[in-house]
Write a protein that binds this ligand. Structure first.
Ligand code: FAS
Ligand code: PHB
Length: 388
């Protein structure tokens, strides 16, 4: 088997890259370890930067997003039982789109299937060979049969636990990491959202976030100790704790109900450099992880896709400048998004080592944010997404 670009991972970054390259006439094969159903069962991101919206439209998969997504002009931050609004549109002229990662991935699978894209799921033993040569290839097992895929380039879109980053030799790869001493307990409930926009709440009991997927599907999170297990939390315990952390007005009006999904995600900041080794590129979570506080994870994967897609189109037109500069360009944006996600996490969460001083620092920064157009503009331009 042969293709121009072998893509490892059929999550959002692998599928979007495949779809964009297909539209540019570049042949790909996507190799996904799990079933499509399993990939679509994962509940993850909820907010798209406008750059991601435009990239999905460029890929020809924006129709359902434009019909069913919710453009948001701003968000609320809350502290000491009071909320204030950051008006993205007024401060930056841009907005974000609330449209779940699950829906994005579903739209991408549908587009690849409609165009007979080669997406091979439930593969095992994916191994990258000759990434530092001019003739790389990938081997894998499908239905018990070992297969070989020859290609010009390999895109490692296989997430944090994938095989791509591990293919880069230890003496080449540098990793940078910060693991946070808490997690996020998230629930989905078939209830109307408590607010028409998101509420990020800092509270001395811990962080809370009120989000949504549609007019009758809400997504809520509370910061929790890493030692907690999902079974430690009954629905009632979750709702009671959420109400203690969000402003009273929201706590009094929230409509609760049975949760249809409940999970705990650990938080980390992580970057691997370089994002290219020979003919292997790292894309998305394969190269970097952010704490979800800044809603950057999926969006950062998409800006990597933007740089790599344009670099590969340029390569097949005879100019390798884009592939040569992929890692440098992608990392420049990665580190700025890592900084924003780390700063939002530091601002809004309780850390075990915090004393009264740090809590006052957090509350003072939120007080400054509430009354400073300059501070709100800085947060807004990072949240809606820095330019590609
Ligand atoms: P993904 O991990 O989504 O996809 C990688 C794919 O590669 C997977 O389908 C996997 O099965 C496949 N794969 C792995 N190893 C393989 C192998 N050896 N061979 C073949 N295939 C292989 N981001 C936000 O912006 N907001 C959020 O609220 C948010 N919440 C999150 C909650 C959780 C629990 C997690 C884990 C992440 C969350 N994220 C969030 C980040 C998340 O959305 C990622 O940024 C996004 O999924 C990145 O997409 P990909 O890079 O495609 O990686
Ligand atoms: C979500 O809706 O899942 C969500 C939204 C914003 C975040 C994190 C998660 O910062």
């Amino acid at each position: 088997m042969r293709c121009q670009v072998a893509i490892i991972g059929g999550g959002p970054s692998g599928l979007l890259l495949s779809q964009l390259l297909h539209k540019a006439g570049i042949d790909t094969v996507v190799l996904e370890r799990r079933s499509k159903e399993y990939v679509l069962s994962r509940i993850r991101a909820g907010v798209l930067e406008w750059g991601s919206v435009e990239l999905l439209r460029e890929a020809g998969v924006g129709a359902r997003m434009d019909a069913e997504g919710f453009p948001h002009d701003g968000t609320y931050l809350a502290c000491r039982n009071r909320g204030f609004r950051i008006d993205f549109s007024k401060l930056t002229g841009k907005k974000v789109m609330v449209y779940g990662q699950t829906e994005v991935t579903q739209d991408l699978y549908a587009a690849r299937e409609a165009e007979d894209g080669r997406v091979i799921t439930e593969v095992d033993g994916v191994t990258i060979h000759g990434a530092d040569s001019d003739a790389p290839y990938v081997t894998f097992v499908k239905d018990g049969q070992e297969q070989r895929l020859d290609c010009d380039y390999v895109a490692g879109c296989d997430g944090f636990h994938g095989v791509s980053r591990k293919t880069i030799p230890d003496n080449v790869l540098k990793e940078y990491e910060r693991v946070y001493p808490f997690g996020w307990l998230g629930v989905l409930s078939e209830t109307p959202p408590v607010s028409h926009e998101l509420i990020y709440a800092q509270n001395r009991r811990g962080f809370a976030l009120c989000s949504m997927r549609n007019a009758n599907l809400s997504r809520y999170y509370v910061q929790c100790p890493l030692t907690d297990k999902v079974d430690d939390w009954t629905d009632q315990a979750f709702w009671d704790e959420l109400k203690r952390r969000i402003p009273e007005e929201a706590a009094d009006s929230i409509i609760t109900g049975p949760t249809i999904e409940k999970s705990i995600a650990p938080l980390r900041s992580f970057v691997a450099e370089p994002m290219r080794w020979g003919r292997l590129f790292l894309v998305g979570d394969a190269a970097h992880i952010v704490p979800p506080t800044g809603a950057k994870g999926l969006n950062l994967a998409f800006s990597d896709v933007h740089y790599l897609y344009n670099g590969l189109v340029q390569f097949y037109q005879g100019d390798d400048e884009g592939v040569q500069k992929y890692s440098e360009r992608a990392l420049a944006r990665v580190w700025k998004s890592e900084r924003f996600s780390w700063s939002m996490t530091t601002l809004l969460h309780n850390f075990p080592e915090h004393t009264g001083f740090e809590m006052h620092m957090q509350e003072a920064e939120l007080d400054y944010l509430e009354h400073s157009v300059a501070a709100q503009t800085s947060l807004a331009e990072n949240y809606i997404g820095l330019p590609y």
